[in-house]
Design a protein around this ligand. Sequence first.
Ligand code: SF4
Length: 386
Amino acid sequence: MNTNSYKEFLANCKKEISKEKKFDFSDSNFEYIAADVFRNVEKIKQIASNIRYKFINSIDDSLISFDKHFSENGGNIHWCIAYDDFLSKLDKVLIKNKIKKINLYTSSFSDELGISSFIKENDYKAEPESSDCVIFTPEFGIVNTGSLFLNFSSAYDMEMVLNGSLKIFILPISDFLFKPEETEIFSHLYSIYKDGTKFPYITSMFTPSPVDKNSNVHLFLIDNGRSNVLENQRIRRALTCISCGACKRVCPVYKIIGDKPYDNVFTGPIANVILPFIENIENYKHLCFTCTSCGNCSSVCPVKIPVSELILANRNYFFENRMMDIKDVRFANSVGKMLVSRKSLNKKRWMKVLRLKYFTNSQAVNEYSFSKSTFNQQFIAQFNDK
Ligand code: SF4
């Protein structure tokens, strides 16, 4: 396949994605719930999308404004480039405050930063009942007020976090809204779309208090690869993701392969877009090629991220910049030719295996099971029987 025909192929995929009708591979019913909760779901999604995209497009000024408000209220902000930078700054704060016991509320972000391992490997004790030091991940920071929007699964958790002597909050640089009122829409969207949401849950707005002398609040604002996505105009929209996990649950490929091939806390369709840039292209570029372009992820996303199109944009980028392995290119060419040739599809099983073996150089091909006859042959046989 040359560059022009590959581009044509991508354009056709995009057309297919934008078609109204989508196959529903999901056993989740959140789209129906959303239709019940909101009179106009698409309008709500568009509003949520606009808020998030506006923030991502003004991230520099917005974060500086948040920092100003948060610090004026007596909170301490630590800007961190990556997880190792964060862990060393966290260690300094813990040592300064003579902390031995840590009450960590785990989240996918705390897993991403490796906080549990850090506690185990250093001289700290994980203590869920302790209020000496609590580490918690807010849902969002609020730019205009310097507040944090918190979501708890019980009143007890809320008590523990808000009464912690040393409160440590961790937040990725991308997770912000502008105004407290905006949290209402996102609370509703979370309760409908977020994976594993347990009801009832409690939300709270936390703002450090300048008059509270006992208040010891630290917020770690952490990049950890997100600015690589930000500087990439083609896919920066992926940073508006609110990590609800809905795209995973409607992805036919994820349903089969699960989390394992990702070997990362980011999994599912949105991970196919961002992982090559948050981690590295070499180890994660192949993920984009697992996508079938069914478009389910784009249509379900509560903040209207065109996930399928961003995956295609990545493919295009890797192809144009000659980042694909020559073996993959040969394999794609060969399979492409096979799939458009009826003669080739009708060939015997051993010929298909031989061909795949040659192009993939893989012994695993022996395990592939091809049907004895093609759909075409089965159809003709049925027709002849009648
Ligand atoms: S990209 Fe996926 S995880 Fe992110 S907001 Fe959209 S549906 Fe949720």
